[in-house]
Design a protein around this ligand. Structure first.
Ligand SMILES: CC(=O)N[C@H]1[C@@H](OP(=O)(O)OP(=O)(O)OC[C@H]2O[C@@H](n3ccc(=O)[nH]c3=O)[C@H](O)[C@@H]2O)O[C@H](CO)[C@@H](O)[C@@H]1O[C@H](C)C(=O)N[C@@H](C)C(=O)N[C@H](CCC(=O)O)C(=O)O
Ligand SMILES: Nc1ncnc2c1ncn2[C@@H]1O[C@H](COP(=O)(O)OP(=O)(O)OP(=O)(O)O)[C@@H](O)[C@H]1O
Ligand SMILES: N[C@H](CCC[C@H](N)C(=O)O)C(=O)O
Ligand SMILES: [Mg+2]
Length: 556
């Protein structure tokens, strides 16, 4: 098996964002105006200090920004001290003030820790609960100057937000995208650390976008974002619900709680219109909610379910697809998606409907969505000269996504009379319940699964892999084992490449665009696309040197 090392180019690893872009000009409300906006009690080290404000300027100080991170404070900021998983943000109140914070917004528990602070302490009952609207206030309500498009669902948010962006660009809009892969503000690219940024960062990004002439933003709205209120203060032109399947039950109490978080987006406060995939049972529940709460709802289906919009005559290829969009008035329009798999037809239709019902012409929406050929790390083909099998990097990191990705490429393997192989693992410090389910999906739908490390984070790689293989074993129920475990991800990819022969299909799943692999809390550079390409080149080199005799020896 070829030995691989990850290229040690430090520029490949993107450090987490430490500074969010900030707008140049803001309304400069005073601390007092912010306190009034919040209806907050003002405490100064536990003593009511409305009459005698603390600090040099106290309540009269101008507020020029807002942050929840003491390390991201700029002079003139409000510091939001909320309780975290590990500690209370109030612990960092003094750091924030030293960095120039003009006031701290916190809760009663935080206020008790901030005795004698040199700036006013504004006390509210739920800091995260006010963060969205307060941040929007501080930055001058930027979302009101933008056409906002939001996408939620367990899988497909990133893809769909890029497809919406394609349509907006086609319509001549200057655009922004906020999501898992990166943040685009016009032509500026900002690294992303979260799918949906925390509210102060999100509002700063939107205000910067307005300053740069951006007119429309498509963004992912994660369930964490909805639970934490990260998008509060934004009313979307259109919000899409794609699907709801197993994920994030480390964060949500149960599946119903996960659903309720997603359902929040489809209320009049959050969106003008809902675009809902009714092929998903939870989508149908969202439709009922919208009908009850008065949100305008547009349904779509790619599976022949009754819906306002549907995709018919779907033809799938290894790299793309064509279909006919059938609108509510019976209008039919030929469309294409430059991405493989029927699930991407659903994503494309979601984007087309979002754009069309928001006033972009159907023809423009269809053309713009069809302009998008590839989303980083989503079914991204990695190909070297002479390669006689299909190799893709995909971001499937949920049971449903593993199933979807494998099912989408099964016909390609069949057409090539080849075998379907997947390299996959599960992240640590995330939903544990999905691990056996992913293992089961992999052995059920692939000819061979290679189970490997994803981002173990603080967890033991061996324990994560044991949970994955337990699911695989249960699924196989004594049938011949069609998986192997190669914990080292580069070695797993190298094995899978060496095992692949003509007509085969290889999916390297779970890390997509990611630039690092986190093991025992240390993040090292790792890009599946780079590692896969290196493995392909090493394997081709080994074959041409006559040492590739093992290649493609899997049973056919
Ligand atoms: C598990 C989780 O939800 N963690 C979130 C949490 O971190 P934490 O509770 O551990 O924070 P902490 O270390 O206890 O610190 C408490 C507070 O002190 C502040 N602090 C801390 C240290 C310091 O020096 N100065 C300072 O001000 C922190 O900013 C924080 O506000 O609070 C932080 C902000 O306050 C979040 O950014 C962080 O999200 C982390 C990054 C995360 O990865 N969250 C994931 C689970 C997430 O949000 N995922 C969703 C969905 C992904 C998807 O499906 O696409 C997403 O939208 O990305
Ligand atoms: N509509 C869909 N239905 C089911 N699976 C999908 C769908 N769209 C994409 N997928 C699968 O999910 C993976 C992740 O897709 P994408 O990154 O667009 O989703 P996401 O919702 O943004 O994920 P994340 O929660 O990590 O941000 C893809 O690589 C693909 O395997
Ligand atoms: N937004 C997802 C991404 C998971 C990606 C996977 N590579 C992992 O690390 O588990 C999460 O934070 O749960
Ligand atoms: Mg995403």
């Amino acid at each position: 098996m070829p030995q691989l090392t990850v290229p040690a180019d430090p520029t490949m690893y993107r450090e987490p964002m430490t500074t969010t872009p900030r707008p140049h000009s803001v309304p400069q409300h005073t601390v007092r105006a912010c306190a009034e906006f919040l209806g907050a009690a003002v405490a100064d080290g536990g003593t009511k200090a409305d009459a005698e404000p603390a600090g040099p300027a106290g309540l009269a100080a101008a507020v020029t920004g807002i942050s929840h991170d003491s390390q991201g404070i700029r002079p003139g900021d409000l510091y939001l001290a909320w309780p975290g998983a590990a500690r209370h943000g109030a612990e960092f109140g003094p750091d924030a003030v030293a960095a120039g914070a003009v006031a701290v917004v916190t809760d009663a528990a935080g206020s008790a820790q901030l005795d004698g602070l040199a700036v006013p302490v504004l006390v509210v009952s739920d800091v995260r609960g006010v963060a969205g609207k307060l941040s929007a206030f501080v930055y001058g309500e930027p979302a009101k100057q933008l056409a906002m498009f939001g996408v939620t669902g367990t899988n497909g948010k990133t893809t769909t937000s890029y497809l919406v962006d394609g349509g907006l660009r086609r319509a001549g809009r200057c655009t922004g995208v906020v999501g898992t892969v990166q943040i685009l503000i016009g032509d500026e690219v900002v690294p992303s650390v979260r799918t949906t940024p925390e509210a102060p960062d999100l509002q700063a990004i939107l205000a910067t976008a307005v300053e740069k002439g951006v007119e429309a933003v498509s963004m992912e709205v994660s369930s964490h974002a909805l639970a934490y209120g990260r998008t509060a203060g934004i009313r979307f032109e259109a919000a899409a619900f794609l699907n709801l399947t197993q994920d994030h039950l480390d964060f949500h109490a149960d599946f119903e709680d996960y659903f309720e978080a997603k359902a929040k987006l489809f209320t009049p406060e959050y969106t003008k219109r809902a675009i809902v995939d009714v092929d998903d049972e939870h989508g149908r529940r969202v439709v009922e909610r919208c009908r009850a709460n008065g949100v305008e709802v547009h349904t779509f289906s790619i599976k022949g379910n009754p819906a306002d919009w549907s995709a018919e005559d779907v033809e799938l290829d290894a790299d793309d697809s064509t279909f006919t969009v059938v609108g509510p008035d019976g209008r039919r329009h030929k469309a294409s998606a430059g991405l493989p798999g029927d699930f991407n037809v659903a994503n494309a239709l979601a984007a087309i409907v979002m754009l069309t019902v928001s006033g972009i012409g159907l023809e423009t929406a269809v053309a713009g969505v069809g302009d998008v050929h590839g989303v980083p790390g989503r079914m991204e083909r990695v190909q070297i000269p002479g390669q006689d099998f299909l190799a893709v990097v995909d971001y499937a990191h949920t049971p449903d996504a593993v199933q979807t990705a494998l099912s989408a490429l099964r016909p390609v393997a069949e057409r090539g009379h080849g075998r379907l192989r997947v390299v996959v693992g599960c992240g640590g410090d995330r939903d544990k319940a999905k691990r056996p389910m992913m293992g089961a999906a992999a052995v059920r739908l692939a000819d061979e699964a290679v189970f490997t490390d994803d981002n173990p984070r603080s967890e033991s790689s061996a324990e994560i892999l044991a949970a994955v293989t337990a699911g695989a074993d249960a699924e196989l129920a004594g049938a011949a084992q069609n998986y192997r475990v190669v914990a080292d991800r580069a070695a797993a990819i190298a094995y899978a490449v060496a095992a692949s022969g003509p007509g085969d299909v290889l999916i390297v799943a779970g890390k997509g665009h990611e630039q690092g692999q986190e093991i025992a809390g240390v993040k090292k550079p790792f890009d599946d696309r780079v590692v896969l390409r290196a493995a392909l080149e090493a394997s081709a080199g080994a074959s041409s040197a006559g040492t590739g005799s093992e290649k493609g020896t899997g049973e056919r």
